[in-house]
Design a protein around this ligand. Structure first.
Ligand code: SF4
Length: 190
């Protein structure tokens, strides 16, 4: 990554962080995220682009040797198990060891998004009684308008388009000419 690439990527990340802060503020009635909660890091494939992976690994390279060994061991185990969904190897004691360097997908954890068909996708913690569970119909696995109206919420639950494809095509990404490179699952980079 050149200095210019990294500078532009950091500008982009700052903008994403700002947008996510606004989203979390707007949706705060539905959100239970707190330090030490790591449901989002325990079941996924964590898709990201090359530039995101390079930045993530620059965070890894700054870690103490002992921590790096734990992560390398986690990676080996994930590769052995070869499952599509796994606990992120960078998660140690329910805390992200590379938090400042985490990829974009991790910055969007916890809010309502949509899949490629436009269907709402709930955070992994919703069925566990956390984010958006107040308006979640467990049987139908869907948003419940009945629960929403009963709950007298201030803001409606919004579904945000936050897939990697959408984020990588934001006008700011184009303006900064960010070369994201190929997108893959985390484990395919490791
Ligand atoms: S990189 Fe960090 S925030 Fe992202 S899934 Fe892994 S542990 Fe969680």
């Amino acid at each position: 990554m050149t200095d210019l690439d990294i500078e532009n990527y950091l500008t982009f990340l700052n903008s994403i962080n700002g947008d996510m802060q606004k989203i979390f503020e707007y949706q705060k009635e539905y959100i239970h995220c707190k330090k030490g909660c790591a449901h989002c890091c325990k079941q996924g494939d964590y898709p990201m682009s090359e530039i995101e992976f390079e930045y993530l690994m620059s965070g890894f390279n700054n870690l103490e040797e002992k921590t790096k060994e734990i992560i390398k061991n986690n990676i080996e185990n994930i590769k052995k198990e070869a499952k599509d969904s796994y606990i992120c190897p960078f998660l140690i004691d329910n805390s992200c060891s590379v938090y400042e360097y985490r990829p974009i997908v991790c910055r969007t954890f916890g809010v309502l998004t949509e899949d490629s068909k436009g269907n709402p996708t709930f955070p992994l913690c919703t069925p566990l009684g956390l984010n958006f569970s107040a308006i979640y119909d467990k049987d139908k696995k869907h948003l419940s308008s009945e629960l929403y109206y009963k709950g007298k919420f201030k803001n409606d639950p919004k579904i945000f388009r936050l897939s990697n494809k959408v984020v990588m095509n934001l006008p700011l990404a184009k303006k900064l000419n960010i070369q994201f490179g190929e997108a893959k699952r985390l484990i395919d980079f490791l």
